[in-house]
Design a protein around this ligand. Structure first.
Ligand SMILES: *Cc1c(COP(=O)(O)O)cnc(C)c1O
Length: 386
């Protein structure tokens, strides 16, 4: 039997021990964590909607109308008018025929991938894809082939090998994050869409960090690249990041969604999200679509951080999104810098392997429209002092 305590101790020694911090109050830049007042630069609440009064009010109204728990799966009697309306509004927002709600992004990825691929099929995936896409591919039982991050030539090489020994009837999926969650860079979506068309592969794009943030009107990475439903037929979005609530959706054709309703196990065998969460999300979706100042402010803060970081000689990654990691490299050194920032009242967690590849431990700085310029400047100053 595995010695659990020894395993934990090993993690401690290797600088890989993970700890939770207890947050008092809502998700917003100024927080109280472990009785310490901090400015947090690590939330995915990119638009500052997670504690927005209108979203909270919609949530409360939702509780008044629907109660707290959905009480059953969507296919039994847990699918309320609120869920249905949100699905329709998300379809309009993403320019897809239909969408389907899932309780989390993790479950959406497991559900869609395992519904579309199985034993005897093949899945191509970027090596830096989110853990939920990797697990989804493994769960499906299909052959998983991972290409070097963002490298189309490597993907083409894998495809040649893959084509050799699987039957002609094999399904092919191509899985990509729209925005890579730990690096902040974008997948080369136009090229991936071309590859998918040439190889009769279904392209699944997980736009957890793009929805609400990227593109003129916040429609995400597809809008950013000028791609439509023909190019990216299967789009996964999450509600717990820029939209400030919880849950996820898959957007696509009528046939895709109907097929998922029939077959996606993480859709069928689980309780629907509370209807009040759907009502809150309808409110945040309206705000995210209508208030373009949030995206503009976010872009300005990102530019300010990048410029300031350049001036003090920090190594940033090739990212134009609100995810702006500062690469340190060594695990323990990264933890030390993170602690130093905490002493200055700044919360920027150290991200270490296995979340990121060995030797690339980093401070994952994320910016939000709710931050002020002064807060960004304070972070830059503390990073200089280090
Ligand atoms: C956060 C995230 C998920 C998981 O979404 P949850 O709703 O938090 O389960 C999936 N994919 C990516 C790329 C993510 O960043």
């Amino acid at each position: 039997m595995k010695d659990l305590r020894a395993e934990i101790e090993r993690r401690r020694l290797e600088g890989l021990f993970r700890e939770r911090r207890i947050l008092e109050g809502p998700q917003q830049p100024e927080q109280v964590i472990e009785s310490r007042r901090v400015v947090a630069f690590c939330s995915n609440d990119y638009l500052g909607l997670a504690a927005h009064p209108e979203v909270a009010a919609a949530f409360r109204r939702g509780v008044d109308e629907y109660g707290t728990g959905a009480g059953a799966a969507h296919l039994v009697n847990g699918h309320t008018r609120a869920h249905h309306a949100l699905e329709e509004e998300l379809a309009a927002f993403t320019g897809r025929e239909r969408t389907l709600l899932f309780s989390t992004g993790y479950m959406a990825n497991l559900g869609v991938v395992a519904a579309l691929a199985g034993r005897g099929d093949r899945i191509f995936a970027d090596r830096l894809n989110h853990a939920s896409l990797v697990d989804a591919a493994r769960l499906s039982g299909a052959r998983l082939m991972r290409y070097v991050h963002g490298d189309l030539a490597d993907l083409e090489r894998l495809a040649v090998r893959a084509d050799a020994d699987l039957p002609a009837s094999a399904e092919t999926l191509l899985l990509a994050d729209g925005v890579f969650s730990m690096d902040g860079d974008l997948a080369p979506l136009p090229a991936l869409a071309r590859f998918a068309a040439e190889h009769e592969a279904r392209l699944v794009v997980d736009d957890a960090h793009g929805i609400g943030v990227l593109g003129e009107t916040g429609r995400g990475c597809c809008e950013h690249f000028g791609l439509d439903a023909g190019d990216v037929p299967i789009l996964v979005g999450t509600l717990g990041k820029a939209l400030g609530t919880s849950g996820a959706f898959v957007a696509g054709s009528n046939d895709l969604i109907e097929y998922l309703i029939q077959t996606a196990r993480t859709y069928i065998f689980t309780t629907a999200m509370p209807a009040a969460v759907a009502e809150a999300t309808r409110a945040s979706l309206r705000l995210a679509a209508a208030e373009s100042w949030r995206r503009e402010k976010l872009r300005a803060l990102v530019a300010r951080f990048q410029e300031g970081a350049r001036e003090i000689g920090l190594t940033l990654m090739d990212s134009e999104t609100p995810i702006q990691p500062v690469v340190v490299g060594d695990n323990e050194r990264t933890v030390t810098v993170s602690q130093h920032l905490l002493e200055h009242g700044l919360l920027v967690p150290a991200i270490r392997p296995p979340t990121v590849p060995a030797g690339t431990a980093r401070l994952r700085v994320t910016l939000s429209a709710a931050h002020t310029e002064e807060q960004v400047d304070r972070l830059l100053k503390a990073l200089t002092a280090d």
